[in-house]
Design a protein around this ligand. Structure first.
Ligand code: FAD
Length: 388
């Protein structure tokens, strides 16, 4: 095999990196994953994720983890209700049968991000993940690389794979192509114990998701398995707005003041989101890499997931990252290639073609969300009248 007696280092333990570590380890590769978090439980792990049959679920099937997924996903969490600014329901899947059958290619089963991470971590041999390893620098060393971490350690690897997300520190060693601003900023939040702290909105989710669209603004609510309500707004804002507006989103009252002004044409029923101290809010400008990006392959260094091809927000990034992991592993084990360099070149060519399409679709989705007619566009999409 191409990776026989080679040390592989993965930088970043998100869905992409963890899936790749599992797939490589299954095939006997000597792999370590370096993650900046100090341990598995240190951070909030965001909202729920829907995995797709042909990408995220496909990677889990190949990784032998579909039974573990079956134990952790939340049937019914995929059901969507579409409302307007006044919380009037225009479409709901609340009475649909919850997804159970993972072999149905149209299923979009939902899992809490933290549970997906946990099941991937549990699938790895002990000590595969080296926690508290914030990558800072790469130095060439013979036919491989020395990876330098902020904690002062340096390790050698023959092949380095970056999966350190949208703010990748490894990417610059592969290409100088930078990110572009998508025009939208997300304000993300989480309301703990939502049945008590935001009872009306919690009830409206019915254990699933609310998509609220009105006049070019969007709010998405998702019920999480541990009883919290994840929340995010998607609005058109200038680049650098998070810095220039001087709004401290970590302070609930500041976030609320902003919301009341920016969503002044939305009903006060939405204010329940800001009623409790048991919550957090954070602003996230959304960037993406150009649709036509490409680079010269380096034979011992590549990247996957958001590090390689972050798109405007579209709810498909985890699926693309996990599919990258599967395709990279399969390519490295394909008998078609005689060198790692050839295998990586082939993988990158396919990945860039696939994710260029994903970027185009994501841009169309954002355009629909920012349209004055956004509610009708999403209703037409969900009722099968037309694509977005
Ligand atoms: C609000 C929001 C909602 C989203 N909802 C969805 C959704 O519903 N469905 C979907 O498919 N996608 C969704 N996405 C997109 C999705 O989160 C990303 O596309 C996906 O997480 C990318 O996976 P990744 O493994 O490439 O990177 P990440 O998940 O970003 O993981 C990167 C990892 O690298 C680590 N890391 C970073 N820097 C370093 C360093 N210097 N050294 C070591 N480790 C490092 C990080 O700690 C992290 O663990 C959403 C994104 C946002 C912001």
């Amino acid at each position: 095999m191409l990776l026989e007696n080679k040390k592989v280092a993965i930088v970043g333990g998100g869905p992409g990196g963890l899936t790749l570590a599992r797939l490589l380890q299954q095939r006997g590769v000597d792999v370590k994953l370096y993650e900046r978090d100090t341990d598995q439980h240190v951070r909030q792990q965001g909202a729920t994720l829907d995995l797709h049959y042909e990408s995220g679920l496909k990677a889990l099937r190949e990784a032998g983890l579909i039974e573990a997924f079956q134990q952790s996903f939340r049937p019914g969490a995929e059901r969507v209700t579409i409302v307007d600014n006044e919380l009037t329901v225009h479409y709901t899947e609340r009475d649909n049968e919850p997804v159970q059958d993972l072999s149905n290619e149209y299923a979009r089963p939902e899992i809490d991000r933290g549970l997906l991470r946990d099941l991937l971590i549990a699938s790895l041999n002990e000590n595969t993940i080296v926690w508290n390893s914030k990558f800072s620098e790469l130095k060439e060393n013979g036919s491989g690389w020395d990876l330098v971490f902020e904690n002062g350690t340096t390790v050698y690897a023959d092949l380095v794979i970056a999966s350190d997300g949208a703010n990748s520190k490894v990417r610059k060693y592969i290409t100088p192509i930078g990110r572009l601003y998508s025009g939208v900023t997300i304000v993300e939040g989480n309301i703990y114990n939502a049945a008590v702290n935001a009872p009306n909105l919690w009830e409206l989710t019915g254990g699933g998701k609310i998509f609220a669209h009105w006049d070019g603004k969007t709010i998405i609510l998702s019920a999480k398995g541990e009883g919290s309500l994840s929340f995010y707004t998607i609005t058109e804002e200038p680049d650098e707005w998070i810095k220039t507006s001087h709004i401290d989103f970590s302070r609930r009252e500041h976030a609320f003041t902003w919301f009341k002004q920016r969503f002044s044409d939305w009903s006060n029923d939405w204010h329940e989101i800001f009623a409790t101290e048991e919550s957090y809010f954070v602003g996230r400008p959304q960037y993406y890499f150009p649709q036509d990006q490409s680079w010269q392959t380096i034979g011992n260094l590549t990247m996957i997931g958001d590090a390689a091809h972050q798109t405007p927000p579209s709810g498909d990034g985890v699926n693309q990252a996990m599919l990258d992991a599967l395709e990279l592993c399969d390519t490295l084990f394909s008998e078609k290639f005689t060198t790692v360099h050839e295998a990586i070149a082939s993988f990158e060519e396919k990945m860039l073609a696939r994710t260029s399409v994903a970027t185009e679709k994501a841009s169309q989705l954002v355009e629909a969300m920012l349209s004055k007619n956004s509610l009708q566009l999403f209703l037409d999409f969900f009722t099968g009248v037309r694509a977005l």
